[in-house]
Design a protein around this ligand. Structure first.
Ligand SMILES: O=C(O)CCC(=O)C(=O)O
Ligand SMILES: [Fe+2]
Length: 295
């Protein structure tokens, strides 16, 4: 890999520091991502002001500004998948289907959508997923592999992109709806929650400070947005919660919640979870959109 200290690298370092990560943990993440220790150390000391000894202090906004004035220009936010809601439409055209805009929030960017999938499509997705369900794995951020996660007690599976006519049709619809190419998306994931099952609040982006993240990012870059589509309706519980803004989206069959995050940071306020199902069964299909072509 190139060992040149780019503006992008400096920006990444500033973001890590602003998120409260210590010099040592940023250095460790860079070294495990393949940076020579002396180059990484040089990049850190040239980008960040000297760190206070314990406890590691997050970098103050003035420090970030000082670093910017020192020649590091922080690039503007990246382009993310989004719906075109500039003229406040009640409905949006997703090619083969017209989808209702039910609610929008700007910070974080959240859009609740109605009629993304027909009842027949919901049933067909569940029927195709059911025989392939296994206890959900979460990407293991230490190594880039996968592991059982006690925070996630649902069962799940992934479809391959374009693996059937149904999947191809839904993926094309999502691409049109969110203005994001099909090949920049992961395969659709299906999750099944029994009563008592939940998915504790989490972020969908990959934490840049975790040592396994550079490996994960080689396959398509960061996640930038999520579309959670509800395939069934539990009678009680099972909403999608956004604790930072006190929002809960009801899991209504055929509807979906979309949210995006232009940087892999908690400041996006995209912390979210699947609340415990109290009565009935919850099935969802999740589509994650990536920065680049996902292979
Ligand atoms: O089940 C839900 O409501 C949320 C699912 C989710 O957060 C995910 O699949 O990443
Ligand atoms: Fe999630």
């Amino acid at each position: 890999m190139s060992q040149i200290i780019t503006i992008e690298l400096r920006q990444w370092i500033l973001e890590q520091a602003a998120a409260g990560h210590s010099h040592d943990s940023i250095l460790a993440a860079m070294v495990s991502a393949g940076w020579a220790r002396d180059v990484a150390s040089h990049a850190l000391t040239n980008t960040l002001p000297a760190q206070q000894p314990n406890p590691p202090a997050p970098v103050a906004p003035e420090a970030v500004q000082a670093a910017e004035q020192g020649g590091v220009r922080v690039a503007s936010a990246v382009k993310v998948p989004d719906l075109d809601l500039s003229r406040s439409p009640r409905q949006v055209d997703a090619g083969d289907r017209t989808i209702d805009v039910l609610a929008t929030l700007t910070q974080p960017r959240v859009v609740v959508l109605g009629g993304v999938l027909s009842d027949e499509e919901c049933d067909a997705l569940i029927a195709a997923a059911r025989p392939r369900m296994a206890r959900s794995l979460t990407v293991q951020t230490q190594t880039g592999g996968e592991e059982l996660n006690p925070d996630r007690t649902s069962n799940g599976m992934f479809f391959n992109r374009g693996e059937s006519e149904l999947i191809t049709r839904i993926e094309a619809r999502i691409a049109r709806l969110l203005n994001w190419p099909v090949d920049h998306g992961e395969g659709i994931q299906v999750l099944h929650y029994h009563p008592g099952a939940e998915y504790k609040p989490h972020y969908d982006y990959f934490d840049p400070a975790e040592p396994g993240t550079p490996t994960i990012l080689k396959r398509g870059g960061q996640r930038l947005a999520t579309l959670v589509m509800y395939l069934s309706e539990p009678a009680r519980g099972g909403g999608t919660t956004f604790p930072d803004v006190g929002l809960e989206v009801a899991p209504q069959r055929g509807n979906a919640v979309f949210f995006s995050y232009d940087r892999p940071q908690p400041t996006t306020r995209t912390l979210h979870g699947g609340a415990p199902v109290i009565e009935g069964e919850k099935w969802v299909a999740t589509k994650w959109l990536r920065e680049r072509v996902f292979t």
